[in-house]
Design a protein around this ligand. Structure first.
Ligand code: TTP
Ligand code: MG
Length: 609
């Protein structure tokens, strides 16, 4: 069985930001979770009913076969009636064929439904993850989100598809066997049920322990996945700092905890299952001992004893299955709780009811007394006022951590301002739909991200309908055309995940081409801090000149060449605009900008544009 992942382990890696949902305090009741999960079966009610019918048939036939043996022994065999024996043998064979067919049908239907429920849940989760605001993704480790979509969903599926019907089937078999045994010989039946109190005790002990043990294993599996995901993502850094041994030790620790938790949980089953088997043998002995005496005293037929032996053996099989189902149920409940909690997490940024599409912009951007915090109580921007006229280029400069990227994030409404407002052409960004807003904003991020796929796909990303010619024109404007032609397969070159087979400068050029093609009214350009060689630098500069002309641009600039060309320079420090003006006017005031300029651009290692 699969184990699901819980984010609540105490040793969940260095980031500790894992408690964003699924808190114990507001845990929904198990019944609510089950009820909501069951709703996923509703569209498949027809196939589920068919599977149920198959299960009923299989259960019924399973109950009938030992009875047929009893009839065979007591009648045709005892009375020497070969024709009657043939009839019963044929019936038995048919019963087994029926069991075969109905079991097959049940399994087929259930996997059919199960895989669809699984795909539906995953698709829903993905849609929701895309709707969730960046603040959610900031707070949650990728590995944990992945485990939710992959592992938690699959334990839910295990319960919904196989588990439920099996549960009902097993209960029916149990009740059926009890009824048949009681009706054949109440005395012998009651005697063999003598083991049931022991059985109940064993089950109770097991269930209690299992709940704790399996919760532990799920926590430790989450720790392993979290550690693994983080280390793979940071492999470059681990190797660069030769920290393989330390990383290995950390991994071995969580891996070891997971091993111990699993061995602990499994050894419970290793005690429980043989215990059930032992009780089964005890019951068989009881049937043989008392049943044998009753046959000798002629108060019971031999056929009944043989049938009893078969029923007693069969009796303990559903009990074993039920105990396994119990652990599946526990896992599915825990997984379901977390999946539902994720689906219930509302996006921090939502379209207002009645939000309208943003009309075609001229490109005026206004910050009106904007304050902002990623986390309550930790303000990042304070009372920012800024008016950008259509077509202007504004450069944001300032020390690292000053809040430049944060300002850009607010214009695209990736986050909600804490106070004040951001207006585009006088319209509050909160009054329009996010989609229409972002369609008119182009973003070249600080860390240029490329998807796996071809170079052309990546350029076309923001406007999938663009033709090959348009892609090439955009690349030419972005000065990316020449280097793309130099790639092994030109525009059809496959980009590896994250774009690792391209240089940073090349990735930037492709991101610029992407923005050119999308042709937004407002462009946000978060320049990479890393310096590129002078040739690439001038290529990028030319590309930017073309990209910026004729639209409003907010450039978070690190290169003097970009800064100088800006219509307005805003110096940001500690979340405030401390100076505004042009390059020359700011230099003349000999303030923060002047110091920044001297330190950053006139220092020996600095670059001159
Ligand atoms: P940024 O706005 O990222 O600062 P910056 O863009 O000016 O810095 P750099 O030149 O290095 O790119 O960060 C401002 C503060 O906000 C900083 O203290 C980190 C914090 N912050 C978050 O808490 N969450 C986020 O997602 C980001 C982007 C920043
Ligand atoms: Mg930044």
């Amino acid at each position: 069985m699969g184990f699901s992942i819980t984010p609540t382990g105490p040793n969940m890696g260095p980031r500790g930001a894992l408690h964003s949902f699924g808190q114990e305090a507001d845990r929904p009741s198990d019944w609510r979770v089950i009820g909501r999960l069951l709703a996923y079966l509703r569209p498949h009610w027809l196939r589920m009913s068919l599977a149920f019918v198959c299960m009923l048939a299989a259960t019924g036939l399973t109950l009938v076969t030992p009875y047929l043996v009893k009839v065979a022994i007591d009648q045709p065999i005892a009375q020497g009636d070969p024709a009657g024996l043939n009839r019963i043998a044929l019936l038995t064979a048919l019963a087994f064929l029926g069991i075969f067919l109905s079991t097959w049908g049940q399994r087929y239907l259930l996997s059919w439904v199960g895989q669809r429920v699984l795909a539906t849940l995953r698709s829903q989760l993905f849609r929701h993850l895309q709707a969730l605001s960046l603040s959610y993704h900031d707070r949650n480790i990728i590995g944990v989100t992945i485990s939710r979509v992959i592992s938690d969903v699959s334990v839910i599926n295990e319960l919904l598809s196989q588990g439920l019907i099996q549960l009902i089937g097993d209960l029916l078999v149990l009740v059926g066997i009890i009824i048949v045994m009681l009706s054949m010989s109440p005395r012998l039946a009651l005697l063999s049920f003598g083991v049931l109190p022991l059985m109940a005790l064993a089950t109770f002990l097991f269930a209690r322990q299992a709940q704790v043990a399996f919760r532990e294993t799920r926590a430790s599996v989450a720790a392993v996945i979290g550690e693994l995901a983080e280390n793979i993502a940071g492999m470059r850094v681990i190797q660069a700092f030769a920290q393989e041994t330390a990383a290995q030790a950390r991994f071995d620790q969580v891996n070891g905890q997971n091993r111990d938790a699993l061995v602990g949980a499994m050894s419970l089953s290793f005690v429980f299952l043989p215990a059930v088997e032992f009780l089964g043998i005890l019951a068989t002995a009881i049937v043989l001992w008392f049943g044998g005496r009753m046959v000798a005293a002629e108060t019971l037929t031999l056929g009944v004893v043989v049938a009893f032996l078969a029923y007693v053996t069969r009796f303990f099989q559903p009990i074993q299955e039920l105990s396994q189902l119990y652990t599946t149920l526990q896992a599915a409940l825990a997984g379901g709780e977390r999946v539902l909690a994720l689906l219930d997490t509302p996006p921090a940024v939502q379209d207002r009811p009645g939000a309208t599409p943003l009309p075609q912009l001229t490109g005026r951007v206004t910050f009106q007394q904007v304050s902002f915090a990623y986390r309550p109580g930790v303000p990042v921007l304070h009372n920012i006022n800024l008016a950008i006229a259509p077509g202007q280029t504004v450069a944001l400069v300032g020390p690292t951590g000053a809040g430049k990227t944060s300002m850009a994030n607010l214009v695209a409404r990736f986050y909600e301002v804490s106070d004040g407002a951001i207006l585009l052409d006088g319209v509050d960004v909160r009054d329009v739909t996010q989609q229409s807003l972002r369609q008119q904003i182009g973003l070249v991020p600080q860390d240029p991200f490329l998807f796996s796929g071809t170079v052309a796909d990546n350029i076309r990303f923001g406007r999938p309908a663009a033709s090959d010619d348009e892609v090439q024109v955009a690349a030419q404007l972005a000065n990316a055309h020449a280097f793309i032609l130099g790639l092994p397969a030109g525009y059809a070159t496959e980009i590896q995940e994250g774009g690792v087979n391209l240089s940073l400068g090349q990735r930037q050029l492709i991101c610029i081409a992407r923005a050119v093609l999308a042709n937004p009214r407002i462009l946000i350009l978060d320049e990479a801090t890393a310096s590129v060689d002078t040739v690439t630098e001038s290529l990028i500069q030319e590309a930017l000149d073309r990209l910026l002309s004729g639209r409003t641009a907010i450039v978070i600039a690190h290169r003097l060449s970009t800064i100088r060309k800006a219509d307005l320079i805003c110096v940001i420090d500690h979340g405030r605009i401390v100076e505004q003006g042009t390059h020359d006017s700011l230099l003349a005031t000999r303030g923060v900008y002047h110091r920044l300029y001297e330190r950053q651009f006139l220092a020996p290692a600095g670059e001159e544009g």
